[in-house]
Design a protein around this ligand. Sequence first.
Ligand code: PRP
Ligand code: MG
Length: 208
Amino acid sequence: MAAFTIAVAKGRTADQSILLLDSMGITFQQLTSSSRKLIFYNSDETITLIFVKGVDVPTYVEKGAADLGIVGKDNILESQAEIYEVLDLKFGKCKFAVAGKPGQVLDTMQPLIIATKYPTIARNYFSRKGKSIDIVKLNGSVELAPLIGLADVIVDIVETGNTLRENGLIILEEVEPISTRLIVNKASFALKSQAIHSFIQEVQKNLV
Ligand code: PRP
Ligand code: MG
């Protein structure tokens, strides 16, 4: 069967992604929790695992540097990459929301100023509503922006809601639910069809 490469998002969902592969009998000998290594091979070297930033997983898969990817829907939507999204893995569940200070009005005459790590998602959401906005692109700690007057609201991921609560912000509108997905490179889907289809089937059997 054809060998393939799978890109796994580093960070919060990495452990669950590795557990899923483990439950399918796919293990990587050198993979330990303290390792800083980024590339691993299974025992018969038919599967290569690479760890990349979640935001980069769709790029690796779109360009064919990886045949498959395990990554959050947030990063898939933001990238607009041309890939196949084949399975909802049902972990890493959270949601996109517009959040701000209590009483913040969204229906303003002036364009709303929105701080976000996800400019594409924010732009698409507000353009569907016909609302003009200005984006302030940040790379993290976006909850600070409405507190110190950098933006009116944020568009960000909410999981437990703790970050919002601890910073005195509330959800103003829910945008959409997010979870981890399995994605496939379009050419690989055809060229490595047998290997990829049996991998997808095995994933399906091992979803909890
Ligand atoms: C993410 C996200 C929210 C928070 C949501 O931030 O951007 O801030 O987690 O989780 P919660 O609802 O459980 O609090 P992250 O911790 O990844 O840090 P960053 O935004 O600074 O990158
Ligand atoms: Mg954050």
